[in-house]
Design a protein around this ligand. Structure first.
Ligand code: G1P
Ligand code: ZN
Length: 549
C-alpha cells in the first residue's frame, strides 16, 4: 500500500454549476461534463457535508465498471478520508451492481453507499457517467436528503481531499488511507449468499437440466460476473450461457438497456430462434431485467403480476406477501392479482425511491415498474438477476414454459394490453411546451370523447406517501377512460440529451376476450387519439417514437 498520510487540504476553487435535478438521488451527466475540473469533487463534497453519520461512519463504494469508475473511486476514497469516514467497503475492480450495493449497505450497517453508474445509459468517453447516493436502508436517497445536497451544491466554494497514492483494487485486502480503512472485498459473494437464502437452487438446477436451455446477456456490463456464478457455476448451465459477460468500460459500444431495441441480439435468439427456452438480460448496473421465453416477450408490468400470482413457488416468500406496489405508469395487471390475493396494492410515482418507505414499513413485499424494474424487500433497489431467478423458480415449480405461464395468467386474470412509446432527444423547449399545453387542458378534458370513449378522469398525478405523509406533485398527466383504459404522458427525469417524452398506453381485455392480439394494433386507437390531442408528431417533428416497448 503506497499511500502516505497527508494533512487535509482545503481547496478554494471555482466550483462548476452542477445542475443537479432537485429530488433525484444522484447526478447523471455526460462523461465529458464529469471530466470538468472539480465537477465530481463538488458533488461528493456536497454529499459528505450532508449525509448523516459521515464522521466515523462506514460507506459502501463501487460501480458498474464504466469509463471513469476507477479514477472516481480514487477521488472519493481520498475525499472520504478527509471527511473522517472510518471505513470504506469497496470491491475487486470496483465492480458492484446496484442491488449488490444495496445488500452490502444493509448487511454492514453502513451510513449509505455511492454507486458509480449511469444505469442503462451508454458508457465510455462519449457516453454518460453518474454518481448515485443510497441511504442507510440501502435504497436511493430520499427527497429530503437529495434536496439538502442540491442546496449544498449551490454554495460550495471548497472541498476536502487528502493526497495519497492510488489503491490497487485488483487485490482483495485491507488498506489504510490516512486515518481511514479501505476494505476491498469480492463484490459477488454476499449477493450470491442472499440469493441462496431466497431460492431453491436444486429445484431450478434440476429443471434446467431437463431440457430447458437458457441464455443470459450481460451486455458487457456489471452483471456478467454475478450471472456466471449463479447460472453457470451454481445452477449448472453450460459455459457460454452468459453472453457478453466481461464488464467493459464502454460496454463494447452496446447500449446496456435490456429492451427489445437495445438487446436485439438476445431478443432475436428467443423470438425468432428455437435454441433457447428462456432468455434474459440486465442493464448497466444490474437493476433492470428483461424476460423472454421461446417466441415470447414478457411485458415488465405482466412480469410483476405473474410473480405476485406465483409468490408461493419461491421459498423466500412462501409465507405470504405484505402487499405490492407499482409505479403509476405501470399497467394495472398486478392490481387485479393483489385484489384476488386480498393484499394491498400501492400506486407510487416513477422511481424506485418511492418504494423504500413502503418496504421499510413492511407494507409491501414485491414492487415493480414498467421500465423493466422488479424487486422485493430483500434489498432496497430493483434487482435484475433476482427477477431472473424468480422466473426460473416459478417455471421450475410450475413446470411450465414462459408462454404457458403467461397464457394461464391471462386466462385467469384477463390481459392488460400495454405499450410505451418514447420520443427521445426532443429539444427541451419543445417538450416542455408540449407537456405544459396538455397540462393546461387537463381540466377541460373530463367527459369529452377520446378514442370513442368518454374521459372520466384527467389530472397530473400527485402522491401522498402513506408512511411519512410527504406529497410529491406533478408526476405525469393521466387520462383515464370509462372502460379504465389509460394514457399517461410524462417527461423523463433520467435522459441526458434534450428531453424524452414517454407515452404509456393501456387497455384491459377480460379473459373471455382476445388475449393474443398485437398490443400496437389493439391500442392503435389510443395511440392515434393521444397524438391528435397532444400534437406529438406536429410539435416534435418526429413521425414515430424512437423506442416502442
Ligand atoms: C426511468 C424509468 C423509471 C426508472 C428510472 C430509473 O426514468 O422510466 O421507471 O425508475 O428510469 O431506472 P425516467 O427516464 O422515465 O424518468
Ligand atoms: Zn439501472
Amino acid at each position: 500500500m503506497s499511500s502516505t498520510e497527508f494533512p487535509q487540504i482545503k481547496i478554494p476553487l471555482e466550483i462548476p454549476f452542477l445542475d443537479q435535478k432537485p429530488g433525484t438521488s444522484g447526478l447523471r451527466k455526460s462523461t465529458k461534463q464529469f471530466q470538468q475540473r472539480n465537477y465530481l469533487e463538488s458533488f461528493i463534497e456536497a454529499i459528505f457535508r450532508t449525509l448523516p453519520g459521515v464522521k466515523n461512519g462506514i460507506l459502501v463504494l463501487g460501480g458498474d465498471g464504466r469509463y471513469g469508475n476507477l479514477p472516481a473511486i480514487d477521488v472519493i476514497l481520498r475525499m472520504a478520508s478527509a471527511h473522517g469516514i472510518s471505513k470504506i467497503i469497496t470491491t475487486k475492480g470496483g465492480i458492484l451492481s446496484t442491488p449488490a450495493a444495496s445488500n452490502l449497505i444493509r448487511k454492514t450497517g453502513a451510513i449509505g453507499g455511492i454507486i458509480l453508474s449511469a444505469s442503462h445509459n451508454l458508457g465510455g468517453e462519449n457516453g454518460d457517467f453518474g454518481v448515485k447516493l443510497n441511504a442507510s436502508n440501502g435504497g436511493p436517497a430520499g427527497e429530503i436528503l437529495t434536496n439538502q445536497i442540491f442546496e449544498c451544491t449551490k454554495t460550495l466554494d471548497s472541498y476536502k481531499i487528502i493526497k495519497a497514492g492510488r489503491i490497487n483494487l485488483d487485490k482483495i485486502g485491507v488498506y489504510q488511507l490516512g486515518s481511514m480503512t479501505v476494505q476491498v472485498i469480492d463484490g459477488i459473494d454476499d449477493y450470491i449468499s442472499l440469493m441462496q437464502k431466497i431460492f431453491d437452487f436444486d429445484e431450478i438446477s434440476a429443471f434446467l437440466k431437463n431440457d430447458f436451455p437458457i441464455v443470459f446477456d450481460a451486455l458487457n456490463a456489471v452483471t456478467g460476473p454475478y450471472a456466471i456464478r449463479l447460472l453457470e457455476e451454481l445452477l449448472g448451465s453450460p459455459q457460454g450461457t452468459v453472453r457478453n459477460s466481461i464488464p467493459l468500460e464502454d460496454f463494447g459500444g452496446c447500449h446496456p438497456d435490456p429492451n427489445l431495441t437495445y438487446a436485439k441480439d438476445l431478443a432475436d435468439l428467443l423470438l425468432k430462434g428455437d435454441k433457447y427456452s428462456f432468455g434474459a438480460a440486465c442493464d448497466g448496473d444490474g437493476d433492470r431485467n428483461m424476460i423472454l421465453g421461446r417466441h415470447c416477450f414478457v411485458n415488465p408490468s405482466d412480469s410483476l403480476a405473474v410473480l405476485t400470482a406465483n409468490y408461493n413457488s419461491i421459498p423466500g416468500y412462501a409465507n405470504g406477501l405484505y402487499g405490492v406496489a407499482r409505479s403509476m405508469p405501470t399497467s394495472s395487471a398486478v392490481d387485479v392479482v393483489a385484489k384476488d390475493l386480498g393484499i394491498n396494492c400501492f400506486e407510487t410515482p416513477t422511481g424506485w425511491k418511492f418504494f423504500g418507505n413502503l418496504l421499510d414499513a413492511e407494507k409491501i413485499t414485491f414492487c415493480g415498474e414498467e421500465s423493466f424494474g422488479t424487486g422485493s424487500n430483500h434489498v432496497r433497489e430493483k434487482d435484475g438477476l433476482w427477477a431472473v431467478l424468480c422466473w426460473l423458480q416459478v417455471l421450475a415449480h410450475t413446470k411450465c414454459s414462459v408462454s404457458e405461464l403467461i397464457q394461464k395468467h391471462w386466462q385467469r386474470y384477463g390481459r392488460h394490453y400495454y405499450t410505451r412509446h418514447d420520443y427521445e432527444s426532443i429539444p427541451l423547449d419543445i417538450a416542455t411546451n408540449l407537456y405544459r399545453t396538455l397540462e393546461d387542458r387537463m381540466d377541460k378534458l373530463i367527459r369529452t370523447d377520446f378514442a370513442g370513449r368518454k374521459i372520466t378522469m384527467a389530472d397530473n398525478f400527485s402522491y401522498l406517501d402513506p408512511i411519512d405523509a410527504s406529497v410529491t406533485k406533478g408526476q405525469g398527466l393521466r387520462i383515464i377512460l370509462e372502460d379504465a383504459s389509460r394514457v399517461v404522458i410524462r417527461l423523463s427525469g433520467t435522459g441526458t440529451q434534450g428531453a424524452t417524452l414517454r407515452v404509456y398506453l393501456e387497455s384491459y381485455v377480460p379473459s373471455s376476450g382476445n388475449l393474443n392480439a398485437n398490443p400496437q394494433t389493439l391500442l392503435s386507437d389510443l395511440i392515434k387519439s393521444i397524438n391528435d390531442l397532444a400534437q406529438i408528431k406536429k410539435m416534435t417533428g418526429m413521425n414515430a417514437p424512437t423506442v416502442i416497448t
